[in-house]
Write a protein that binds this ligand. Structure first.
Ligand code: FE
Length: 289
C-alpha cells in the first residue's frame, strides 16, 4: 500500500469459515482487519467479541451514521440496495410502488424470490421487523409467499433470469447482480424499480470492515480502514463491485448512476443483525422456504 505505507496480506473465504477461523485463532490471529458483505455478518462478528471499537473522526465523517455500527466496531465501505426488479415487457413502472405491494392480488403468480436462507433476505426482513413490527411484517411475507410464481431460487441471478425469461414478472434483488448481468446481456428486458420513495425508502445494506479484537498492527489497520473510506479508494472499491460508494461525497460509477437516484431507508443496518433470529423464525412461520 503506497498511500498508507502498510504491507497487506489477504486471506479470502466465505463469511462463515472466515468468522469461525477468526474466532478459533483468538489472540493468535494474524488478521488485523475483517472485511465482509452484509451488516448481518459484521454484527455477528462484533457480537462474538471479534471486533474492536475504533474512534476515528475520519470514519465518522466519511461513513453515514446508519451505515456503521453505533458502537464503532464496523463501518460500511460500499452500499447495495435490495430493491425491486421487473420485466419491462410485462410491467410498467407505474404498476409498482412498495415492497408491501408485492403481496397484493395483482401480483398473484407473478413474483419470484430468492430463498429465505440467504443472509440478504434475513437482513431485509429483520430491518422490516424493526420498521413495521412483527405482525405486519409476517403478514407481508405471507402475502409474498402467496404470490410466488414458482419455488424460491438459490441466488439473485436466478431470480433475474427467471424474470427475464417471463417465468415471473417481478422480484427482489441486490442492485450489483442486476448491474453485472446487464453488462453481460444488455438486451435482457429487465429494469430496477426504487420502492417506497414516498415513505421510508429503499432498503440498503453494506460491504464493510472492522478492526479485529487482537489486531497486532492496530494503527496501520485503522489507517488502512480510513483510507478505504477516502475518495480515492471509494472509487476503486465501489466501481469494481458495481456498488454505491458509502461516502456520499463520491459519485457512483456511471453505469450505476444510470439507474437513477433514490431515497434510502435510514434504519441503522445493525438492525439486520440484531433482529436476524426473529426474521428467521418469522419467515419460517410465514411458510417462506
Ligand atoms: Fe452478493
Amino acid at each position: 500500500m503506497k498511500e498508507t505505507g502498510a504491507r497487506i496480506q489477504f486471506i479470502t473465504d466465505k463469511e462463515g469459515p472466515l468468522l469461525e477461523r477468526l474466532k478459533a485463532e483468538g489472540e493468535q490471529t494474524p488478521a488485523d482487519l475483517f472485511i465482509t458483505v452484509n451488516a448481518g455478518n459484521l454484527w455477528w462478528a462484533a457480537n462474538e467479541g471479534l471486533l474492536k471499537p475504533v474512534n476515528s473522526k475520519i470514519l465518522q465523517g466519511n461513513v453515514p451514521a446508519h451505515l456503521r455500527d453505533p458502537e464503532n466496531r464496523w463501518f460500511g465501505l460500499s452500499v447495495r440496495a435490495r430493491t425491486l426488479v421487473y420485466n419491462t415487457k410485462k410491467v410498467k413502472p407505474s404498476d409498482l410502488s412498495t415492497y408491501e405491494d408485492l403481496g397484493s392480488a395483482k401480483w398473484k403468480g407473478r413474483l419470484c424470490l430468492r430463498t429465505s436462507k440467504s443472509v440478504y433476505n434475513k437482513s431485509l426482513v429483520a430491518m422490516m421487523i424493526h420498521e413495521y413490527g412483527e405482525a405486519k411484517t409476517e403478514q407481508m411475507v405471507k402475502s409474498w409467499v402467496n404470490n410466488l410464481a414458482t419455488d424460491v431460487f438459490a441466488d439473485d441471478v436466478q431470480v433475474l433470469q427467471a424474470i427475464a425469461a417471463g417465468q415471473c414478472d417481478v422480484g427482489i434483488v441486490n442492485t450489483y447482480y442486476f448491474g453485472r448481468l446487464m453488462v453481460k446481456k444488455p438486451d435482457l428486458p429487465l429494469a430496477l424499480f426504487w420502492p417506497n420513495q414516498n415513505d421510508s425508502g429503499v432498503h440498503v445494506n453494506i460491504s464493510g470492515a472492522g478492526i479485529t479484537r487482537y489486531a497486532k498492527h492496530e494503527p496501520a489497520a485503522i489507517r488502512f480502514l480510513e483510507w478505504l473510506s477516502s475518495e480515492k479508494a471509494q472509487n476503486l472499491f465501489a466501481d469494481a463491485n458495481m456498488e454505491y460508494p458509502v461516502n456520499p461525497k463520491i459519485a457512483p460509477d456511471p453505469r450505476v448512476a444510470a439507474w437513477g437516484p433514490f431515497k434510502q431507508n435510514l434504519i441503522n443496518v445493525s438492525k439486520a443483525g440484531e433482529l436476524q433470529g426473529e426474521a428467521v423464525k418469522l419467515m419460517d412461520r410465514a411458510g417462506y422456504q
